[in-house]
Design a protein around this ligand. Structure first.
Ligand SMILES: Cc1ncc(COP(=O)(O)O)c(C=O)c1O
Length: 326
């Protein structure tokens, strides 16, 4: 057995670091990586190692509420920032910074959750510039990096050479399965030591057996082959899903075929009471998340529908029934 620690299996950390350097143009080394049980634990450890009571954290609205709850649990005050077709509104962040001390900005820039939008290059550069100027930490949640279908890959914010204050969070949830609780945090070696100290209080070491099993699959090339297969599988499924929307929801919703990720963001053309529609589709054994799940205060008008786990037949049934009631 390799040497396990609160940071995870040594060889596994090194292999994750190499993967990030090769596939995502990052410049990491093993001491900058801590393996966690999924990105949710990574968010928790980050929140409690970085934040103090009353610290301000800016978050995307709409956004990923499990992360919001984690920051609030660590005592942070959240400030929502709107999202448009270029991602989080960085001009709004800049204006806010002029009169407020901000500790961190949490975002999902690759495929924004829930809208699927990719943060534009101009906004990436602007955000990094602001982080360097004001000293806030960019918490980058790159939860579905593996599935980007556009020809041009988009590298993480944390891969930019000039970035100084960042915590990068990744997971194997989408690539392998959500039940495989393996995620990782990348940051400076000092911050990773702080993460490790906290982790040791709740979990003496990671899941060494799972880490070594995945390490074997990575070293043998099996994960790489699986990723390639899944990439073409989901690309075809994304296009199939898009054809369902054309067939059953045309004129009822607007959407942009996402460049990546495993979900679509549908905006109804007229105001909808999603709770009522949900009740109706439930009677036909179809369900969806109502938008309050990702809205900060006022509920946004939009539906995030994942197409990865359902069969084509069930996707078709669900969209047909949704179309009937929308
Ligand atoms: C924005 C976001 N972050 C993280 C995760 C994954 O969390 P975990 O790695 O804990 O399964 C998800 C899963 O859907 C997500 O949507």
């Amino acid at each position: 057995m390799n040497l396990a620690s609160e940071f995870g299996d040594e060889k596994f950390r090194e292999t994750i670091s190499n993967m990030l350097n090769q596939n995502r143009r990052m410049q990491t080394s093993a001491p900058e990586v801590c393996i966690t049980r999924g990105s949710q634990m990574a968010l928790f450890l980050t929140a409690h190692s970085l934040l103090e009571k009353g610290d301000i954290v800016l978050v995307e609205n709409p956004g990923y509420s499990p992360a919001w709850r984690t920051f609030q649990h660590a005592g942070a005050t959240l400030v929502p920032v709107d999202v448009d077709e270029e991602g989080i509104n960085v001009d709004r962040i800049e204006a806010y910074l002029k009169t407020n001390a901000v500790k961190a900005v949490y975002l999902t820039p690759h495929h924004q959750y829930p809208t699927t939008v990719t943060l534009s290059l101009a906004r990436r550069l602007q955000l990094i510039g602001l982080s360097n100027q004001y000293g806030f930490t960019i918490i980058e949640d790159d939860y579905d990096n593996e599935f980007h279908f556009d020809q041009r890959p988009v590298m993480p914010l944390s891969a930019f050479e000039g970035i100084r204050h960042y915590v990068y969070i990744g997971t194997l949830s989408k690539l392998i399965a959500p039940a495989i609780r393996i995620g990782y945090i990348v940051s400076t070696p000092d911050f990773i030591v702080r993460i490790g100290k906290l982790r040791k209080i709740v979990d003496l070491q990671g899941d060494a057996i799972m880490e070594q099993s995945i390490l074997d699959l990575m070293l043998s090339g099996e994960i790489r082959r699986h990723q390639k297969r899944m990439h073409s599988h989901y690309l075809a499924k994304r296009d199939f899903f898009s054809s369902l929307l054309e067939n059953y929801l045309k004129g009822k919703v607007t959407y942009k075929k996402p460049d990546g990720g495993l979900a679509f963001w549908l905006k109804p053309v007229r105001d909808i009471n999603f709770f009522r529609i949900k009740e109706k589709v439930n009677t036909e054994l179809v369900s969806f998340y109502t938008p309050d799940r990702f809205s900060y205060d006022q509920s946004v008008q939009g539906l995030r529908i994942g197409y990865a786990s359902l069969s084509e037949a069930n996707l078709e049934k669900g969209i047909r029934i949704l179309g009937k009631y929308l």
